[in-house]
Ligand binder design. Sequence first.
Ligand code: SAH
Ligand code: SF4
Ligand code: F3S
Length: 470
Amino acid sequence: MGNQRDILVPAEKLEEQRAYTEAVRDALQRPLGYHIVTLGCQMNVHDSETIAGMLDEMGMTPVDTREEADLILYNTCCVRENAENKALGNVIWLKELKALKPSLIIAVGGCMMQEEGMGEKVRKMYPFIDLAFGTHNMYRLPELLFRVICEKQRAIEILDEDGGICEGLPVRRRNGFSAYINIMYGCNNFCSYCIVPYVRGRERSRSQEVIIEEAKALADSGVQEIMLLGQNVNSYMGGGAHFAELLYQIDRIGVPRVRFMTSHPKDISDELIACFGELKHLCRQLHLPVQAGNNRILQVMNRRYTREKYIETIGSIRRTCPDIGLTTDLIVGFPGETLAEFEETVSLVDEIRYDAAYTFIYSPRPGTRAASMPDDTPIEEKSRRIQRLIEHQQAVTTDICQRQIGRIEDVLVEEVSARDTSCVAGKTERGHMVNFRGDASLIGRIVPVKITSAGKNTLRGTLIEQSLTR
Ligand code: SAH
Ligand code: SF4
Ligand code: F3S
């Protein structure tokens, strides 16, 4: 078990970084503006919140555009090739920006940097990148920036071994009402297509005490929603506590909404399912990636469950919580997937009736087992398959949205609608986005909304006014 060993980054190492933080702050003649671009999953979004926290402490301030920035930092993803191309394409564009503004500092971090040979590649092929770090040494950013700013050197540092767990880093959260809390890092599952275990390292869990402490502090600051994060939250093992036990503890704190992601279907325990019936604040919503509907493909993917077992798990979740909103991830065109095998994914989507599904065309990732499997399905055929799958899912999504009409749902208001500034948008407990008339003063509040109509993926409603006195 990953967390049996000593996984905490020692206090002295953090102390050292604090000294660099101060040295950078002292050296700056004016507050530098930083701009972070985040690609990838929630894990990366949360890492960027930590990076922002560290930069704040170094005397820098966030700016909205790349043009205004003195420091641009890309937090990259490599889960599929297009994520990687996006990062590289963007970074190359920065070269031009730097030609216009030679003092600009360009930094790249995140999962893509953790790929084999990346350090060398950056060193040789991207001379305009001043600073590069991986997921394992993010906490060393102050020292790396010290080298760039105070010593005028390039700082390219990527560690191969797991980074352990770093407690006590500062965090600048995206907003004051919905917060991410990491409960574990890394993944041990090695699904044959997936690069995450290679770039995020082995599973390691934070201790229950620090998680509870963080959640309590967030509750005190008025946070309305907590999202517990991990590549595989069901494997949480902080100081002997299982995930379901942790959920009970979090529920007791009283933050109105608790969610988590991601769960692996093979590890969903009866205790966890029971949580959906018993816990007051756990949202009726679960993201449970199935990836494929055919047993042979599931086996070659190394998912370690069958279609039948997955359906059984969903059945038992729905018996406990009939109104639960379910979402999933699906991969189309895994090496060797036949048309008949693909059709089993379509039939599973029809059978389960997910609220939404994230669909991806299989993308070979260097170093993974699937990357060396023969794949003779042309990309045109894969595109046809994903299109067909999307159409099936869309029909179900639209139907589920229609069925929400007439209900009164609590909505956590997140933002003023981009399309119509007289409206705000937020999510129901089940995870549906609702737009309704209202202003920015509602942001961060949970209010009852009557659902009046449904679009393809989103809902419209009207605010029930008496809520304002709540
Ligand atoms: N830890 C999570 C999510 C991992 S990445 C989990 O296990 O569910 C998010 C999604 O990206 C995966 O669920 C999978 O559907 C997709 N994905 C991962 N590797 C991929 C690849 N090589 N090609 C296409 N999709 C991939
Ligand atoms: Fe990747 Fe599988 Fe781990 Fe998810 S569980 S991160 S898909 S290896
Ligand atoms: Fe991407 Fe890394 Fe997340 S590879 S999906 S950002 S864990």
